[in-house]
Design a protein around this ligand. Structure first.
Ligand code: AMP
Ligand code: MG
Length: 487
């Protein structure tokens, strides 16, 4: 039914633990991702079946497969934990996708592992469906992310604050190596382990670095570039990751760990959703700085590989971490220019765009709607944009300044259409996500979840008046949205 390899298990034994998924009483396929199966070169028809549910629920391990849980460490909310690891995730194996890229297939919620540290190794249905929905939405938005291949109900209850139905998510990643994986070996002064890990990562994710002069420094630079791009793109769509611990920071540059993440409604740079992030460490506007902090932790682990002189290594690595800031700023600004329809760059663009953000913040304007409706203004129809603001005079004034700026570019009949490609109409809005999950959990009704998945698959395309409620901002009930880690 499926043929898997496992290159990670050719690494030394201290990198992982052999472990088999724990059986579940009644595996049932809730959602299978046929488009992704095709991309992976898998037989979707065969897998979207009771036999597929047995496999993705953890009851049947395909022949010849040696599943593992990966060891890692990590800084959680700034505090270092030397021993984490896949506490509820089991790497089934790897497939080569249609483009020749090796991808991990991992079961999340498949039972206890040697790294479970008192946890039950399980996942509840709500968080599994939530990760399915949001990670696939991120992909459709064009943002690098782990993917969701299957969601399987287990028939087992999981015990959290209440008793909840259990489920297993099959997660697909270019690799599950994290900053925390490097920290695991660095914390043990295991330079051989570090080198083996770095070489594995280069071979798999950055093969162009195989024969360069300074592969480990260049590896840091590559990861840094990918993180800068990733975080900027998150912020362009109003995404708050919520738990940017170093163990949730992927070396491949994919978004990983969808626990407490959520999309911002009204623009507020201080937005934080996670109930455990009391100090707001991972608030919207802190994300670029936190990614840089995480890169500094990665840099520290790589020092012994970068140069035999520690001073030289520190200097070189530090430069990469410093350069990250400008790289982020470039991607962030370029994206904002595209979002506002600017095809060229002028020195004062930053001021123009910041003044829009200030107005949006002051009037608590919905992030997604504001940018999308600005394309109506590019078509000459100002009311949709302007009506979002309380201070309409200020909005009008901003539109005039914006038009003056656009007038310095050559007239572009495709401007509004280009803006629509940058500014999604549909995102996983919190109230709609909750609505879809509630129907699935409370009424066994996957209809709203299915419908929402389908809408989010084409986030930039107007899907007509029937679906207009999916494009609307949350009703203002005065209650701030809260997320939970889902563990
Ligand atoms: P996270 O907050 O999801 O990034 O997880 C942090 C650590 O806790 C990782 O080592 C996870 O594998 C582990 N973990 C989270 N939930 C559970 C669970 N239910 N059972 C065992 N380990 C878990
Ligand atoms: Mg995690």
């Amino acid at each position: 039914m499926i043929s898997l390899s496992n290159t990670y298990s050719s690494l030394p034994g201290r990198f992982y633990a052999h472990v088999r998924p724990t059986s579940v009483p009644q595996p049932q396929m809730l959602k299978f991702n046929h488009a992704l199966a095709t991309e992976l070169g898998l037989d979707g028809k065969a897998l979207d079946s009771p036999a597929g549910a047995e496999m993705f629920g953890g009851n049947k391990v395909p022949e010849g497969v040696t599943p593992i849980a990966m060891a890692y460490a990590g800084h959680q909310f700034g505090g270092f934990v030397p021993q984490l690891g896949d506490g509820r995730a089991i790497l089934l194996g790897e497939v080569i996708d249609r483009t020749g890229i090796r991808r991990d297939l991992q079961l999340k919620g498949a039972g206890r592992t040697p790294y479970s540290r008192g946890g039950d190794g399980r996942a509840a249905l709500g968080p599994v469906l939530r990760e399915y929905l949001v990670s696939e939405a991120m992909h459709a938005l064009g943002i690098p992310t782990t993917r969701a291949l299957a969601a399987v109900a287990t028939g087992d209850p999981v015990y959290r604050e209440s008793v909840l139905p259990g489920a297993v998510l099959t997660r697909v990643a270019a690799s599950h190596v994290r900053v925390g994986t490097f920290q695991f070996f660095a914390a043990r002064d295991d330079v051989d382990g570090l080198k083996a890990l770095a070489d594995y990562v280069i071979d798999r994710l950055y093969p162009e670095l195989r024969s360069v002069d300074s592969p480990y420094l260049d590896l840091l630079r590559r990861v840094s570039e990918r993180q800068a791009t990733l975080v900027a793109r998150w912020m362009h769509v109003g995404f708050v990751h919520g738990v940017m611990n170093t163990d949730n920071c992927s070396i491949s540059g994919e978004t990983i760990d969808f626990g407490p993440c959520a999309f911002m409604d009204a623009y507020d740079p201080g937005t934080v959703f996670s109930s455990i992030d009391r100090a707001g460490r991972y608030q919207y506007q802190n994300q670029p700085g936190i990614a840089q902090w995480n890169l500094a932790r990665l840099a520290e682990t790589l020092l012994p590989l970068i140069d035999t002189s520690i001073d030289a290594a520190v200097e070189k690595a530090n430069q990469v971490v410093v350069d990250y800031a400008a790289m982020f700023q470039d991607v962030w600004s370029a994206g904002l220019r595209r979002k506002t329809g600017l095809a060229t760059a002028e020195a004062e663009d930053g001021i123009l765009i910041q003044s829009l953000l200030d107005l949006m913040q002051r009037d608590k304007v919905d992030w997604t709607s504001a940018f999308r409706k600005l394309s109506d203004s590019a078509r000459g129809e100002d009311t949709p944009f302007w009506s979002l603001f309380e201070d309409r005079a200020a909005a009008d004034q901003w539109l005039s300044a914006w038009r003056q700026r656009l007038n310095r570019e050559k007239d572009d009949p495709k401007r509004a259409a280009r803006m629509d490609q940058e500014n999604p109409l549909y995102i996983p809005r919190n109230h709609l996500v909750e609505e879809a999950l509630a129907a699935a959990i409370n009424n066994n009704d996957l209809g709203p979840f299915e419908a929402f998945c389908q809408i989010l698959a084409s986030p930039y395309v107007d899907q007509g008046p029937d679906r207009s409620r999916y494009a609307q901002a949350a009703p203002q009930d005065g209650q701030p949205y809260r997320t939970f880690c889902g563990t």
